[in-house]
Design a protein around this ligand. Structure first.
Ligand code: GLC
Ligand code: CA
Length: 479
């Protein structure tokens, strides 16, 4: 039986930046509830809420100090329940962000259950593992004088998933939210959930990692500091707790290596396509390798990496949307992408120490410096780029927002199969059921396999009478 999420579009909400309702400049749960119509009109089947738990904000919510509560800046559990009810009333499902690999060092567990964390056996770092954000992955806990592992910021201590008490604790967390009615989880940093039992150093690299890395991690074969083969044990625990709720994994590895994770997860983000340059051969290769590796969720923007408009250029935003929304399986749309929000300038001094402020600017509901986001001082300024707002694009069927809506409405008609089609080197083309999708990633018009009636085009006259597909254009045709 097909599940609700088979070809669903999931809308990623970064709650600080979505909609403020009390004028404090930070988005909140009531704001999400207020904007559910936008999701419904887009055709989103669900939304993923980036963390809304209490957090000291070293990593803007990914450093959690209580797993079963709502940070007061966002609201409270009653408002959370009301949001779920309002979403479900509209047939919209809700995914929480589960962060099982680490807690904030301010989580009471860090003091009360030190054996739930990973400690160096001696006095000092036992290896040269580095944190994802640079520097050693080991820090000294001033309280105990011992050294603990942190795959991310020093404020994010890694849990020890070799301790069965951690299994029980995290399963309880999952059940807490499932009992409140959530429909699944996006699971954070899964490739870091378990590391080498012997804490061995990573050997020198023998082949490229396949995805961009920070610092000099390219030099290493990252087999001990992450992606431990025992991770499947942790996944089994999470699957057992989740029942048949949707589990979407953030596994930052090339597609082929994600395969074992998919034994337990329903799907995982397709980072190879996300990180592909805008070149037809690279895009084609990423899609083909990912489809061969299993059931992936397509995604081209999130709160961690530059937005698609910034990576690919505004001239390719519509074509990128067409790829994202015509591949088989789940697709994730990061709030703001549907109106073509680019990265912004961030703020000085930066808030995020890992330099990701520019991907997290508030949603532009209307033109203007406050953009319909807040009546107060926004926690990050709005970008306010000309024409890039929901209000302006809603009034115009030919807008990017109009295109997103049409593409999402077409998805159920595309079937489940995908056949790559031979085409000009500048073109990505594939068949989906009765439809042919073609994207010209090049700078000159070229022939493509897309003939017949144009169902959706990224711009007027995308397909010339002589059958050539315009530069920076994409179409869906039906034979
Ligand atoms: C994931 C999150 C990112 C966070 C990191 C540590 O990659 O998407 O925002 O910093 O995990 O939790
Ligand atoms: Ca607020």
């Amino acid at each position: 039986m097909a599940s609700w999420w088979q070809d669903a579009v999931v809308y990623q909400i970064y709650p600080r930046s979505f909609q403020d309702t009390n004028g404090d400049g930070t988005g909140d749960l009531a704001g999400v509830a207020r904007r559910l119509d936008h999701l419904a009109e887009l055709g989103a089947a669900a939304f993923w809420l980036s963390p809304v738990y209490p957090s000291p904000l070293a990593d803007f919510g990914y450093d959690i100090s209580a797993y079963t509560a709502i940070d007061t800046v966002f609201g409270d559990l009653d408002e959370f329940d009301a949001l779920i009810a309002a979403a479900h009333e509209r047939g919209i499902r809700v995914l929480m962000d589960l962060v099982p690999s680490h807690t904030s060092i301010e989580h009471p567990w860090f003091r009360e259950h030190p054996d739930w964390y990973i400690w160096a056996p001696g006095d000092g770092p036992p290896n040269r593992w580095t944190s994802a954000f640079g520097g050693s992955a080991w820090s000294r806990d001033p309280g105990s004088g011992r050294w603990y592992l942190h795959s991310f910021f020093p404020e994010q201590a890694d849990l020890d998933w070799r301790n069965p008490e951690v299994h029980d604790a995290m399963a309880r967390v999952m059940r807490f939210w499932l009992d409140r009615g959530v429909d699944g989880f996006r699971i954070d940093a899964l490739d870091r959930v378990m590391k080498d039992r012997l804490l061995r150093d990573d050997p020198p690299a023998r082949e490229p990692f396949g995805l961009p890395l920070r610092g000099d991690e390219e030099q290493l074969q990252l087999i001990h500091s992450r992606n431990d083969p025992d991770i499947v044990q942790a996944l089994a625990v999470m699957r057992a707790a989740a029942g048949d709720a949707l589990l979407v994994g953030e596994v930052y590895l090339r597609s082929a290596l994600v395969k074992p994770y998919l034994e337990y997860l329903d799907t995982a983000f397709a980072f190879e396509l996300y990180q592909s340059p805008w070149q037809a051969d690279a895009l084609r290769g990423a899609i083909t390798r990912t489809l061969a590796a299993g059931a992936f969720a397509w995604v081209l923007s999130n709160h961690d990496f530059p937005r698609l408009v910034t990576r690919y250029g505004a001239e390719n935003a519509a074509s990128a949307a067409l790829i994202l929304l015509t591949l088989p399986g789940l697709a994730f749309v990061y709030a703001g992408d549907e109106i073509g929000m680019p990265d912004g300038p961030g703020v000085q001094p930066p808030l995020d120490r890992a330099g990701r402020d520019s991907h997290r600017h508030p949603m532009q509901w209307e033109p203007g410096a406050l953009g319909g986001f807040t009546t107060g001082t926004p926690w990050l300024p709005l970008i306010n780029a000309p024409g890039v707002s929901v209000a302006e694009q809603e009034a115009d069927d030919d807008s990017l927002l109009g295109l997103y809506r049409r593409l999402i409405a077409l998805r159920p008609l595309l079937g489940t199969s995908l056949e790559m089609l031979d085409s000009d080197p500048a073109v990505v083309a594939y068949r989906r059921g009765d439809y042919v999708v073609a994207i010209n990633a090049g700078l000159v018009p070229v022939s493509s396999p897309a003939t017949g009636e144009v169902i959706i085009a990224t711009r007027p006259a995308a397909l010339a009478p002589n059958g050539k597909l315009a530069a920076n254009a994409a179409v869906i045709t039906q034979a």
